[in-house]
Ligand binder design. Structure first.
Ligand SMILES: [Fe+2]
Length: 174
């Protein structure tokens, strides 16, 4: 196994942890402004990102290497100097675009090395990134259309908050 691929996988392991922290901070920012439904949605993403990190960790272990938790920098959410739910989701999209670019780079390394196992492992993440970005683009479009309409904003927030609750129900099988 190419050591540069192991290094890249470990870097990605830490980027997923970073993404988890960013989503947690976005949840905190939303909750501090009483947007509890959006906060719930961001917390759910934070959990998903931690699970992504664990998937990378498990794969690195399968390669007989040790995943290393590094110092994760504090969330850099530059577009959030002025908080609004719309800006929070825009910051999330920027984060996902960064993660997508990073995963694509590891995929390029794996393809160049003829590393089919890493190629297959990463395929799930390529699909996941596409779905995450598409969902955020949809949310941003809806929030942009809603604009200053507080009633419509509350209704949409409830709708997103419920997605999180459905997932919890599915996880516990009831
Ligand atoms: Fe992720």
């Amino acid at each position: 196994m190419d050591t540069s691929i192991i290094t890249a996988l470990n870097k990605q392991y830490n980027y997923e942890l970073y993404a988890s922290n960013c989503y947690l901070q976005l949840a905190n920012l939303c909750e501090s402004k009483f947007f509890n439904g959006f906060a719930d949605w961001f917390k759910k993403q934070s959990d998903d990102e931690r699970n992504h990190a664990c998937k990378f960790g498990t794969y690195i272990l399968k390669l007989n290497s040790l995943p290393g938790v590094e110092m994760v920098p504090p969330p850099e959410l530059s577009s959030l100097e002025q908080f609004s739910p719309l800006n929070a989701f825009k910051a999330a999209l920027e984060l996902e675009q960064f993660v997508t670019a990073s995963i694509n780079n590891i995929m390029k390394l794996a393809m160049a090395a003829g590393d089919f196992a890493t190629h297959n492992f990463l395929s799930w993440f390529i699909d996941e990134q596409l779905d995450s970005e598409a969902k955020l683009i949809e949310i941003i479009a809806k929030l942009t259309a809603i604009g200053e309409d507080v009633g419509a904003l509350n209704e949409y927030e409830d709708e997103l908050g419920e997605i999180k609750n459905d997932t919890i129900k599915l996880n516990f099988g009831d």
